[in-house]
Design a protein around this ligand. Structure first.
Ligand SMILES: Cc1cc2nc3c(=O)[nH]c(=O)nc-3n(C[C@H](O)[C@H](O)[C@H](O)COP(=O)(O)O)c2cc1C
Length: 318
């Protein structure tokens, strides 16, 4: 039973049918995943964070060949080539940008001048307020449960969403710890106007991660992930030899420099794209404990929507 939801202001702004956004994810969210989510009525984002500008251009054109629906680009602002990526995406006609990992002020000027919708990712109420002040159209608020890079404060989605809903007037998109329709309903009950889902979409047929990475996540429980490297770049990782090394180094009081040296370069690619489950960086959220299969995006979206609408109905009947 898939019922069309009532349109909310975020769906209108983004031109989508369902308030479900697929978060940009390094090495996991290329054209195939983004197009599949958009074709299913959500918003797919191409993750520019792991792409050179030329590859990003290619992926945008590829996605356009796979869907006529809106797609967006996630642009983490911490990389040296983020300005070039922004220019490539603008030249390709992208109109929806989800920026992250940096100040929202860094990219909003050129994006707004080009008539784009700009949404920034925040892990705290203060940053959510800065997003509104900077002129963002909406804000993704990402709790501590989330996969990938995160804030240093350990604020859960359950607390962060209502805190931000009270503090800003722009629409709030809830992220972190959402992998089922019941959880979407919970996020909407807290005042979110949409959800951004990462981990669950990474573990689909269309996710571009390595099959071994997907299988490791299916096997994992909720307690198998941990937020590490707070002194460098905080990131939630699945347990493996590399993560154990990080934890041991942190227990010895290691600082930014030593953690950066251990991390080196290419760990995320090795883990998630090349399937090195031992030495690679395996970014995934606590919802690993709720991920038991590798469905197609179409099947997953229809499952999420059925669960969401059934939950709303059953709550009314209670
Ligand atoms: C493998 C992985 C890679 C990620 N890479 C990025 C990224 O490049 N840029 C970004 O803004 N967020 C990134 N994220 C965060 C997601 O966009 C999303 O906000 C987060 O996954 C939501 O929490 P969830 O994993 O519990 O669904 C990543 C998450 C994962 C799991």
């Amino acid at each position: 039973m898939t019922q069309p939801p009532k349109t909310n202001r975020l769906c209108s702004l983004l031109g989508i049918e369902h308030p479900i956004i697929q978060g940009g994810m390094v090495y996991n969210s290329g054209a195939k995943l983004a197009a599949a989510v958009s074709n299913a009525g959500g918003l797919g984002l191409i993750g520019a964070g792991s792409m050179r500008p030329e590859l990003l251009g290619e992926q945008i054109r590829k996605a356009r060949g796979l869907t006529a629906k809106p797609i967006g680009v996630n642009l983490p602002l911490l990389y040296a080539n983020s300005r070039e990526c922004l220019e490539v995406a603008l030249a390709e006609g992208v109109k929806i940008f989800f920026t992250s990992a940096g100040s929202p002020k860094r990219a909003i000027g050129p994006l707004k001048r080009a008539g784009c919708v700009v949404v920034h990712v925040a892990a705290s109420r203060d940053l959510a307020i800065k997003c509104e002040d900077a002129g963002c159209d909406a804000v993704v608020v990402e709790g501590f449960e989330a996969g990938g890079h995160n804030g240093r404060d350990e604020i859960t989605t359950m607390v962060l969403v209502p805190e931000c809903v009270r503090s800003v007037n722009i629409p709030v998109i809830a992220a972190g710890g959402i992998a089922t329709g019941e959880q979407i309903a919970a996020a909407m009950a807290l005042g979110a106007e949409a959800v951004q889902i990462g981990s669950r979409f990474a573990i689909t047929v269309e996710g571009s991660g390595h099959q071994k990475f997907k299988e490791a996540v299916v096997e994992a429980g909720a307690g198998d992930t941990q937020l590490v490297m707070k002194a460098h770049v905080p990131v939630r990782l699945l347990k493996n030899e590399f993560r154990d090394q990080v934890i041991a180094l942190e227990a010895d009081g290691a600082g930014r420099q030593e953690l950066a040296e251990l991390l080196g370069t290419g760990r995320a690619r090795a883990g998630m794209l090349d399937g090195d489950l031992v030495k690679g960086e395996l970014e995934i959220g606590q919802v690993a404990g709720l991920i038991d299969d590798v469905p197609t995006v179409a099947d997953l979206m229809s499952r999420l929507l059925d669960q969401y609408h059934n939950t709303l109905k059953s709550l009314c009947d209670r």
